[in-house]
Design a protein around this ligand. Structure first.
Ligand SMILES: *Cc1c(COP(=O)(O)O)cnc(C)c1O
Length: 411
């Protein structure tokens, strides 16, 4: 490497000589040390044979649990055809079947497949702008997001994500995005029929601390967006597809979006996202307006078609509502007994617990006792287990959570 390149690339403080070597996987995550090698249901195992109860599910992704036989069969059957990927230049069966199923079972009239949550939201914002301009207002492109929102880590979605630590190092982000308070008066002040293309909302703010938005607030947002001819994009990447005990979270609050994004659990761990659109938005998009090489390929779509049908099963959804309500009560009991919890919030199998202690310490201690937990922000413990989890398994996790909270409370 030339000395010019070296000097440009050198970190400002440390010299290469004192720094530890870079890990082969870039160090953007702090990982737990043990190597995970196997999974079954709500458990994973490390290479020393230790078992862990997984209350994270790969961050609300592995909703049917690890090693699910049906998912595996769907993947293996598609693999057996030899067709994993063709690109979107050609028709394939699984993607068409999945889109047809989603159109038949949701508000949507059409679907665009992509590869992740952030990609789904970036696409949704593009669709909203295309639609905005199609109404005849050349400047109808602004996207409005809410305080506490998380919509992704790419430059467009990051502009709609309300966390300084995620944003500041990477500014300037995409323009034309503004974040407003979670209140109708604030939205009333900024939504302009000639300028605003869309409001993007997570019905339950996930990464921002598991905040369940009021049904009444969401209905108010829907009414106001309709009145101002502004699209409502619901980001159900984390809270959708069964997690609330409804197939889609908005079905539980009686609000219908114009655009909906889903991702995390849609293929039970294979990377996939989808943008579901109402007719008017779909009609605004023309051939060539958006694209993605991998989106909706046959292997992923075959897995997802199996997964969405399982996640829409009324028996599973009833289980999520019932076990989830019980789990919430138990968390409130733990909060009352340990005295280090400020608030418990959630619904279905998506719960958050605000603690006075730093979440990273709690997560680390729970890991050492064989329970996987994840934070949402610095002071919220988040519980997003596989939706197939039983009361007995949750009780096992609750015992560990309570013991750890007592420890950190004393320490
Ligand atoms: C995780 C998440 C995203 C981003 O999804 P990625 O697949 O990580 O890009 C966007 N919105 C919400 C609500 C999420 O939970």
């Amino acid at each position: 490497m030339s000395s010019l390149a070296t000097s440009l690339m050198a970190p400002p403080a440390a010299t290469t000589a004192d720094a530890a070597p870079l890990p082969p996987i870039l160090g953007t995550y702090k990982r737990q040390k043990p190597l995970l090698v196997r999974g079954e249901g709500v458990y994973v195992w490390d290479d020393a044979g230790r078992r862990y109860l997984d209350l994270v599910a790969g961050i609300a992704v592995v909703s049917l649990g690890h090693g699910d036989a049906g998912v595996r069969q769907a993947i293996e059957a598609q693999l057996a055809t030899g067709l994993v990927h063709t690109s979107n230049l050609y028709r394939t069966g699984p993607g068409e079947a999945l889109a047809a199923w989603l159109v038949a079972h949701t508000f949507a009239d059409s679907v665009f497949f992509c590869n992740s949550g952030a990609e789904a939201n970036e696409g949704a914002m593009k669709f909203a702008r295309r639609w905005g301009r199609s109404t005849g207002h050349e400047q109808k492109v602004e996207i409005v997001a809410l305080r506490g929102a998380f919509h992704g880590r790419l430059p467009g979605t990051l502009a709609a994500t309300d966390r300084a630590a995620y944003r500041l190092p990477f500014e300037p982000l995409m323009g034309g995005v503004r974040i407003v308070e979670r209140d109708l008066a604030a939205l009333d002040a900024v939504l302009d029929p000639a300028r605003t293309a869309a409001v993007i909302v997570e019905p339950i703010q996930g990464e921002g601390g598991v905040r369940v938005l009021d049904a009444e607030f969401l209905r108010g947002v829907r009414a106001l967006t309709q009145e101002r001819q502004v699209l409502l994009i619901l980001d159900e990447i984390q809270c959708g597809l069964g997690r609330t005990g409804h197939f889609l979270a908005h079905e539980g609050v009686g609000v219908t979006p114009d655009i909906l994004t889903v991702a995390k659990p849609i293929a039970n761990g294979l990377p996939m996202g989808a943008i579901l659109v109402a007719e008017a938005v779909g009609r605004a998009m023309q051939p060539g307006d958006h694209g993605t090489t991998f989106g909706g390929g046959p292997l992923l779509a075959a897995a997802a078609l199996h997964v969405v049908q399982r996640l829409a099963d009324p028996a599973l959804l009833a289980h999520v509502r019932e076990v989830g309500a019980w789990f919430g009560e138990q968390l409130r009991g733990v909060a009352a007994r340990t005295g280090v919890v400020r608030e418990v919030r959630g619904t279905g199998l998506m719960w958050g617990m605000d603690t006075h202690a730093p979440v990273s310490a709690i997560v680390g201690r729970a890991f050492d006792r064989g329970v996987l937990l994840v934070g949402a922000g610095e002071h919220t413990l988040r519980f997003v287990p596989p939706l197939t989890v039983t009361r007995a398994q949750l009780a096992e996790g609750l015992g560990v959570v309570e013991a750890v909270l007592r420890e950190v409370g004393e320490g």
